[in-house]
Design a protein around this ligand. Sequence first.
Ligand code: FAD
Length: 316
Amino acid sequence: MSEVLVLVDHVDGDVRKTTAEMLTAARRLGEPSAVFVGQGYESAKEDLARYGAEKVYLAQDAVYTDHLVAPVAELLADLVGRVSPVAVLVASSNDGKEVAARLAIKTGSGIVTDAVDVQPVDGGVGTTQSVFAGSYTVTTTVTRGTPVVTVKPNSVSAEESPATPTEEEVSVEVSESAKAARITNRAEKEKSGRPSLTEAAIVVSGGRGTGGDFGPVESFADSLGAAVGASRAAVDAGWYPHSHQVGQTGVSVSPQLYVAAGISGAIQHRAGMQTSKTIVAVNKDEEAPIFELVDFGVVGDLFTVLPQAADKVQQN
Ligand code: FAD
């Protein structure tokens, strides 16, 4: 069976859920081989084995982490040339998409971004995507080169499939141009204690209806162990950081549960959340467009409804 390369998404060996999801997806196409770049492999090892990595390619040289993503793309391109995988799967993060795009150019391959599923099809790899602000769900087959696919977090359910991976150290002669942008300082990550927006199983988002007070949204999110999102109206007003914006020009999320509080449901907001498994809205206006796509809707004031809901969750 042929290999499917999965670029491990991790922070210092702390493997993100996306990696387990990609390894699960990779098993539908062939034998998953994890490509671990950077430090912390010892912490990551168990997770990679648990989700079925048959092989781990290890690239721990600082050149891959001291620069922006170009060296990683060169490493992957070299691996693609050596092992001719069925496909390369990369997380749909900002870095992931850049690595994928560079890799596709280097290998002359077709690329699909933000796939929510992958499947083997005659003569290639099929993917499913939600496109044009979510107006269409399309299936695509990459017909050229080695398919490079970025996989949207939370779109595939991670399933364990224990394996005993073999390990191989890999390296590539990184070009001078790939080393052109060196990272001199990494901003400290936000320390909210909440899960990251793209990874969270539950997201609670607030919009203009919060009037700038995200207290009830955050408290409800915390009662559920959820991440906090925001509409662009809330972000543009300076009520919440831009990194939390959900939508066409923000982050795209697909959690198990998405709660939209005080958000009208504009098409650009929907584009970033409508693939969520269950959608709940709290809105004062029963005519709000968000109610067209919800599984459960509460017509009411978020300042009353969210605290009550948080109390109920805490009682259980
Ligand atoms: P509004 O549309 O003003 O809705 C507020 C809602 O809150 C209303 O439905 C109201 O009934 C309800 N409400 C008010 N008070 C309460 C209360 N106390 N309790 C309960 N409900 C209450 N938007 C995004 O979100 N993400 C994007 O990525 C994005 N990208 C865009 C890109 C482009 C090119 C453009 C043109 C627009 C984009 N937008 C995006 C903006 C989008 O069109 C909407 O303007 C925005 O989503 C509206 O945000 P909102 O729902 O919070 O505000």
